[in-house]
Every structure is written in structure tokens, then in C-alpha cells.
Design a protein around this ligand. Sequence first.
Ligand SMILES: [Ca+2]
Ligand SMILES: [Ca+2]
Ligand SMILES: [Ca+2]
Ligand SMILES: [Ca+2]
Length: 215
Amino acid sequence: MRLLKIALLTAVMLTLPLVANAQLVLTGTFDGPLPGGLPKGVELFVIGDIADLSAYGLGSANNGGGTDGQEFTFPADAAAAGSYIWVTTSDVEFEAFFGFAASYIDDTGAMNINGDDAIELFHNDIVVDIFGDIDVDGTGEPWEHLDSWAYRVNNTGPDGDIFVLENWTFGGPNLFDGTLTNDEADPSMPIGTFSMETVGTSSQSMDSIKALYNN
Ligand SMILES: [Ca+2]
Ligand SMILES: [Ca+2]
Ligand SMILES: [Ca+2]
Ligand SMILES: [Ca+2]
């Protein structure tokens, strides 16, 4: 038991710096009501400037079947701190439903999700953030978002490879039924609203340092 604790502690200590290193966090997932169950996908938030997004990737663990590993890999683009990234299976339905363009189209099947699937965010092949339990089908679970959405609580994450339910809010299953746009849903998905204080405070503290220096 003691050895197990030490092993777990070591694992946590080894994982923490890697998670802290991740500049991307999973902030939303959606399963839309348009024909074909579209749009489907996720939102991510860029914590700090990323020179090469191709170090990151996504995977969906479908219906409690365990990890599928990294199915989608980002292209070698740069991403600016404080920006959002939307990955979807279908750009046309994404834009019709949300009213703005998605960032990336996934044609690998990673975003073929329907409210009962867990999602893993990888950085250099390590899981740095997670939504849902990869070994549990989400149907009837508190994190189910069939025909609905899930959204991360501000100033939380990334959570490493252990899902933290309290860090998420939910629209509730079947919320999107019969709607044609996100705005019609009540409550609508708060897409593009996640914020993390560190992004603002780092420039704020730079300003206060500059102010001190000038005085
Ligand atoms: Ca999958
Ligand atoms: Ca599924
Ligand atoms: Ca659906
Ligand atoms: Ca439904």
C-alpha cells in the first residue's frame, strides 16, 4: 500500500510539470442537432503562445471503450495566447449553428462524438487534459451531453489525465433538440467565453513592473 502511494506520488510529480507545460486546455464539447447530428466537436483555449501546434492532438474514447490514442494531430500552425480553437467534423454545419467559422476540420473520426464519449488532449503523446471517463459510457453519467454541450469553468484546467467533473458545466441531455442555432437553445452553449486569469495577469504584472521602474 505504502509502495503504491509512493509510486502514485512519483507518477503525479512526474506528470505535473508536463501538464503545467501544456499551453492548451479543453474548454468545450458539443453534439449538435442538425441532420447527421452535426455540428460535432470541441473547443480549446490557448493559455500561452504556441509556436507549433503539431505537438498537440486529440482522441475520443468512444462509449466507454477506453483510449483510442491520438487520432487527430494539429497542423504545424502557431496559436496566440488567449485565442480559441474550434475543431469539428463539418465546417458548414458548425458555421450554420454557431454563426462563425471553425478553426480545423477533423476527418480522422476523432470528433465523431455524440455526448457519451470521453475526449483526451495530447501534448507530445502525453494526456494533458481530459473530458469524461475513457472507460465509462457517458449515457446516464453526470457528464452526459447527448444533443447538448459541456463547457469548462473559468480558471480551471488543464486537468491532466484525471477528469474533474466540478470543472465543467452542462446544458443537459437533449437541450439542442429542435433547435437550428445555438442561440435558440436555453441555456445556449457559452462558446468562446472561457477565460483564464493568468493570461491577463501576466501582462498586467508586466505593466505594474514597468510602472514601478518608471517611478
Ligand atoms: Ca475515437
Ligand atoms: Ca458515442
Ligand atoms: Ca446527437
Ligand atoms: Ca435528442
